[in-house]
Design a protein around this ligand. Structure first.
Ligand SMILES: [Zn+2]
Ligand SMILES: [Zn+2]
Length: 398
C-alpha cells in the first residue's frame, strides 16, 4: 500500500473516522435515483453536526450547503452525487447494503463522505478561505435522462452567491489508490439515445415482394448507422453509435409489420453531437424511403459532453501537486465515452471533474459491479482533493 497515504494531509486524516462513519451509513442504505430521501436526511444531519448552513430544494432530493457566505472572494462549488444502483451487493463488507437489489456500486457513498470531509476541513480551518464554498449534494446522477443536476440548477443552486467555479470527482479503478487524475477539455461523452420504429407491409414470408419488409429495412439501417461513424466523422473525433436492442416478428414464416430498434449515440463535443443527430435522421429517412418503408424516430438528448475548462483544470492540478505530491497527480490521456450529469454544471460554470484513484494492483475492480468495494483510504485523498481544489481556485494554494 502506498505509505504516502499515511503521511500526507493531516487535516484529511483527522476527519477519516467521521468520513468512515458517514460512508458506512450511506453504503448500508443505498437509494435509487430520485428516491434519495434517507440519504438526504443523512447529509442534512451531517451538515448540522458540522454547523454548516444548508438548504434543501423543493421537488429534488438535492442539498446545498454554504461555508463562509459573507466572504468576498470567488465562490467555489464542490459537488458529490448521491444515488445508488439496482445491483445486489456481493462484497462481503461488514457494512454491506441492507437491501437486495440496491447498492452503492458506483462509489457515490465515497463521493458524499469525501465532500463532507472536505466541508469539515474547510469550515474548521484556522486559515479560512477568502471566498465562500458551496456544497452540492446532487441526486439522480444514474438516472441518465433528465438527471439531478438540471433540476438543482433550475432551483438556483449556482446562484446567491453566484458560483464562479465548480469541481467534482469520481472514483476510478484505472487510477491507483492514493492518486488523482485530471484532464483538460473533453473528458466524457454526451449520451443521446434513439428509438426507431420501422413500418413494413407484413404478411406471409413467402410473398416478400408485396411491400417493404421491416426486417430487411431495419437491418439495412443498423449497417448504415455504422458507416455514419466511419465515413462522416473525423477519425480523431471519437463517436459511438450502438444499436443495443432490436425487436420484431413472432415466427419464421410471418413478416412483421414493424421492427423496433433502440440505440445510443456518444459524442465528445456539441458540434459533433448536433451533426451526428442530423446525419442519423437523414440516413434513416433515406434508407427507408429507398424501399418505400416508413419510420418513426424518437431522438432523446441525454447528458451533454463533459468538458473541463482548461485554465481552472490546470489551477486545480497545480494545487493537487502541492497537496498530494507530483507522483500522485496524473494527467489522464484519453477521454471516456461514458456520460456524467456533472457536465450540466460545467455547461454553466468553468471548472473541472477529477478521477479519484481507487485502483489496487492485483485487485481488479469495475464500477457498477456487485463486488465493487473501493478502499476507504480513498476518502482521505477525496477530501484533501476537494479542499485543495477550492483553495487553489480561490488563489490561496500553498
Ligand atoms: Zn455510475
Ligand atoms: Zn457514478
Amino acid at each position: 500500500m502506498p505509505t504516502v497515504l499515511e503521511s500526507w494531509s493531516p487535516a484529511a486524516r483527522r476527519v477519516l473516522p467521521a468520513m468512515r462513519a458517514w460512508r458506512m451509513a450511506f453504503h448500508q442504505e443505498p437509494e435509487l435515483s430520485l428516491h434519495e430521501e434517507r440519504t438526504r436526511e443523512k447529509v442534512v444531519a451531517a451538515l448540522r453536526e458540522l454547523g454548516i448552513p444548508y438548504r434543501t430544494l423543493q421537488g429534488s432530493n438535492g442539498v446545498v450547503g454554504l461555508i463562509g457566505a459573507d466572504r468576498p472572494g470567488p465562490v467555489v462549488a464542490l459537488r458529490a452525487d448521491m444515488d445508488a444502483l439496482p445491483v445486489t451487493e456481493q462484497t462481503g463488507l461488514a457494512f454491506e447494503s441492507k437491501y437486495p437489489g440496491r447498492m452503492h456500486a458506483c462509489g457515490h457513498d465515497v463521493h458524499m463522505a469525501s465532500l463532507l470531509g472536505a466541508a469539515s476541513i474547510l469550515s474548521r480551518s484556522p486559515h479560512p478561505l477568502p471566498g465562500p464554498v458551496r456544497l452540492l449534494f446532487q441526486p439522480a446522477e444514474e438516472e441518465g435522462g433528465q438527471g439531478g443536476a438540471g433540476p438543482m440548477i433550475a432551483r438556483g443552486c449556482l446562484e446567491d452567491p453566484r458560483v464562479d467555479f465548480v469541481v467534482g470527482q469520481h472514483v476510478e479503478p484505472a487510477v491507483p489508490l492514493g492518486s488523482v487524475g485530471w484532464k483538460t477539455g473533453p473528458f466524457m461523452a454526451a449520451a443521446d439515445k434513439f428509438r426507431l420504429v420501422v413500418h413494413g407491409h407484413g404478411g406471409h414470408a413467402s410473398t416478400p415482394h408485396q411491400g417493404p419488409d421491416a426486417v430487411v429495412v431495419a437491418s439495412e439501417i443498423v449497417v448504415a448507422l455504422q458507416t455514419l461513424v466511419s465515413r462522416i466523422r473525423d477519425p480523431l473525433d471519437p463517436v459511438v453509435v450502438s444499436v443495443g436492442s432490436i425487436h420484431g416478428g413472432t415466427r419464421d414464416n410471418i413478416l412483421p409489420t414493424e421492427v423496433v430498434l433502440e440505440g445510443t449515440v456518444r459524442t465528445l463535443n456539441p458540434t459533433t453531437r448536433a451533426a451526428m443527430e442530423a446525419a442519423l435522421r437523414r440516413r434513416v429517412r433515406s434508407v427507408a424511403a429507398s424501399v418505400g418503408a416508413t419510420v418513426r424516430l424518437q431522438y432523446v438528448h441525454g447528458y451533454p459532453p463533459l468538458i473541463n475548462e482548461p485554465e481552472a483544470t490546470r489551477t486545480v492540478a497545480r494545487a493537487l501537486v502541492q497537496e498530494l505530491g507530483r507522483d500522485h497527480v496524473v494527467e489522464v490521456e484519453h477521454p471516456v465515452m461514458g456520460a456524467e450529469d456533472f457536465s450540466r454544471f460545467l455547461e454553466r460554470v468553468p471548472g473541472t471533474f477529477l478521477r479519484l484513484g481507487v485502483g489496487v494492483p492485483g485487485r481488479p475492480a469495475s464500477l457498477h459491479s456487485a463486488t465493487f468495494a473501493p478502499d476507504e483510504r480513498a476518502l482521505v485523498v477525496g477530501a484533501a482533493t476537494l479542499a485543495a481544489a477550492a483553495e487553489g481556485l480561490q488563489g490561496t494554494g500553498r
